[in-house]
Design a protein around this ligand. Structure first.
Ligand SMILES: NC(=O)c1ccc[n+]([C@@H]2O[C@H](COP(=O)([O-])OP(=O)(O)OC[C@H]3O[C@@H](n4cnc5c(N)ncnc54)[C@H](OP(=O)(O)O)[C@@H]3O)[C@@H](O)[C@H]2O)c1
Length: 264
């Protein structure tokens, strides 16, 4: 039976590429993000794709979108939590504006957690429900400037794993996706070399295959994620020494760098 699927974070990058992959397996594919125009353009290419544009951090809009799916489809078989943002912490630039942490943690952790809890009653109406969370391989070993992004994805992965344990008895499957570098608007801002960079289309195909195979942890490309996973098994002091070579902040042996927060 074809599924009622909801892809949250579908307008660009991995999400936009996933629209084509997931639409093929869906009775109805609902697609969401803030950019209604981009979503409408994607939906025009498929007869079974419906647009629900909203900001995942808006609690009222989240509930309206869930009510819309309930009214139109009566159940939800699969929710793909892909919406995300990345901002780096630059200690070398001086004081860090702590609202950066708020923005990243809200979109990458608090919003998908809230959305899933709010939509759980609709997933429970399905005989074959699944939750797919797009996390990141950044959490396999601590990487420079990733304080906010890495923390949000580490929290998200832990939460997804806990949900997997607690929902197993009900037959609701939880799948965690940990991509390496994918060429999207999110990473096009990066000013460092990204090894094993994949196209969004390539990443989307791997995600679809992993979903179909019921893989609990979908991580790719394996040569990159295996390296990070192996490094993550080393003593933390070794990981810190290795990864500090990638850091821009070389002033640790000279003068301390201010980490004070702006008071305004
Ligand atoms: N690219 C990589 O190398 C990489 C690696 C590991 C993990 N990931 C993860 O993969 C996911 C997709 O990222 P991407 O690389 O494809 O980046 P992207 O092109 O920037 O896509 C992010 C998506 O999230 C949506 N989004 C962001 N904030 C939102 C909000 N407040 N409300 C609703 N939708 C929101 C964006 O749509 P609107 O702007 O239209 O709202 C967009 O559709 C993210 O969770 C990211 O952390 C990416």
């Amino acid at each position: 039976m074809k599924s009622i699927t909801w892809l949250v974070g579908a307008s660009t990058g991995i999400g936009a590429a996933l629209v084509n992959e997931l639409a093929a397996d869906a009775e109805t594919l609902y697609i969401s993000s803030r950019s209604a125009d981009k979503l409408n353009t994607l939906a025009e290419q498929h007869s079974n794709v419906k647009v629900l544009a909203f900001d995942v951090n808006d609690a009222t809009a989240r509930k309206q979108a869930i009510a819309e799916i309930e009214q139109q489809s009566g159940r939800l078989d699969c929710i793909v939590l892909n919406a995300g943002t990345c901002e780096y912490v630059d200690l070398e630039l001086g004081d860090t504006d702590l609202s950066l942490y708020q923005r990243v943690l809200d979109t990458n952790f608090h919003a998908p957690v809230a959305l899933t809890h709010e939509a759980l009653y609709l997933l429970r109406k399905s005989d074959n429900a699944r939750i797919v969370g797009i996390s990141s391989s950044v959490i396999f070993t601590p990487l420079p400037r990733s304080q906010a992004y890495g923390s949000s994805k580490a929290a998200f992965t832990y939460w997804l794993s806990t949900m997997a344990i607690d929902l197993k008895g009900e037959g609701i499957r939880v799948q965690i996706v940990s991509p390496g570098f994918v060429d999207t608007p999110l990473t096009q801002k990066n000013d460092f070399k990204m090894p094993f960079l994949l196209s969004p289309e390539n990443a989307a195909k791997r995600i679809r295959k992993g979903i179909q195979r019921n893989q609990t942890h979908i991580h790719f490309p394996w040569r990159f994620t295996a390296l990070l996973l192996i490094e993550g098994l080393l003593p933390l002091s070794w990981q810190h020494a290795l990864n500090s070579k990638l850091s821009r902040n070389k002033s640790d042996n000279s003068k301390p760098v201010s980490t004070h927060t702006k008071s305004h």
